[in-house]
Design a binder for this molecule. Structure first.
Ligand code: NAP
Length: 298
């Protein structure tokens, strides 16, 4: 249980509701910052401003998936107030205070380093990324259906990258009867694609592989769909770029060529906030219970 542990939940979207539910069920004492417009109340949790919290008594801080921006500001869907995690505030927390975030940003990494606080990146974990690929695939299917006038069945689909997300995407489109080709730089991933029953090619051949493409799904967080590649792709193709911002597509050139290309961050939170929230909540609960049981031993 998390009895007597003071956890500050700073900002976020509907996914944080699952986190709050889980942690209050474990008897944590929660301070919710950036939730003033959320109508629901939770027993064991109070909605407060940052200046009402004494950092000396904070055991853990939970940030949204995006962490902070370059000034320490934290996104929230449930408030118009500006929420900021400052270095000075963090420095006043106890040494054991740990920050949990989806990803880290240069600012967050810096203030944590300077104050000697630990940042745990939930989305760097394989289990979280693999669970999260499930709602990501469903969101991708939704976007493809909404933005094309062809069936997925029998469509020529290129999936770029065969990591945790790319593998789930390739498998789902293959199962729906698409002609899936996976592009990767990695020989193990070529072998895995072939084992899965889809075609595979090396990224160096991308320019010639796109000539008959109808739907292209990018999961590589680097510029791979360059103007040179796009100039070989049929203009009626649809590109969905799942990679983290700024994505892997030359969007300016795609627009010029008349190719519909979309970048779609945060699909799990958009299509399945409850499931996506439960994925985060379960892992967080495990990590917090571990953090406090270790502190109890030391
Ligand atoms: P991952 O497991 O690390 O897979 C990334 C893939 O990209 C691997 O095949 C990797 O190949 C390849 N890759 C990385 N850098 C490359 C480069 N410079 N050149 C060529 N290939 C490169 O990551 P993931 O968990 O699948 O996530 C992929 C991306 O999707 C991330 O940016 C993530 O933030 C994003 N994402 C977005 C959503 C959304 O809602 N839009 C949801 C989930 C994930 P190697 O193994 O050879 O490095």
């Amino acid at each position: 249980m998390l009895t007597n542990r003071h956890i500050v939940v700073m900002g976020g979207d509907a996914r944080q509701i699952e986190v709050i539910n889980k942690l209050t069920a474990l008897d944590a004492h929660l301070s919710l910052v950036g939730f003033d417009q959320l109508e629901r109340n939770f027993s064991g949790a109070s909605k407060v401003n940052m200046d009402e919290i004494d950092p000396k008594y904070v055991d853990s801080i939970i940030l949204p998936v995006s962490g902070t921006d370059h000034e320490g500001n934290v996104e929230t869907t449930f408030s118009n107030e500006k929420i900021n995690l400052s270095k000075d505030w963090l420095a006043d927390t106890p040494e054991h205070c740990t920050i949990y975030s989806g990803i880290t940003t240069p600012h967050l990494t810096n203030i944590a380093k300077e104050t000697k606080r630990q940042v745990v990146k939930l989305f760097a974990r394989d289990d979280v990324a693999i669970y999260n690929s499930i709602p990501t695939v469903e969101g991708t299917l939704m976007m493809v259906i909404q933005n094309t006038d062809i069936t997925i069945h029998d469509a020529n689909v290129i999936v770029l990258g065969l990591g945790r997300t790319g593998m789930s995407v390739a498998r789902a489109f293959h199962a729906l009867g698409a002609h899936v080709k996976v592009g990767t730089r990695n020989p193990q991933q070529i072998a895995r694609a072939i084992e899965m029953g889809v075609k595979a090619f090396y990224l160096k051949d991308l320019e010639k592989e796109v000539v008959d493409n109808e739907i292209c799904i990018n999961t590589i967080p680097a510029l791979v769909l360059t103007s040179k590649v796009l100039s070989n792709m049929p203009a009626n193709s649809f590109i969905i770029d799942l990679a983290s911002l700024p994505g892997g597509t030359d969007f300016r050139y795609a627009k010029k060529r008349g190719i519909k290309a979309m970048i779609t961050p945060g699909l799990p939170g958009m299509v399945a906030p409850k499931t996506a929230g439960q994925i985060i909540a379960n892992v967080l609960a495990e990590l917090l219970l571990n953090q406090f049981s270790k502190e109890g031993e030391s």
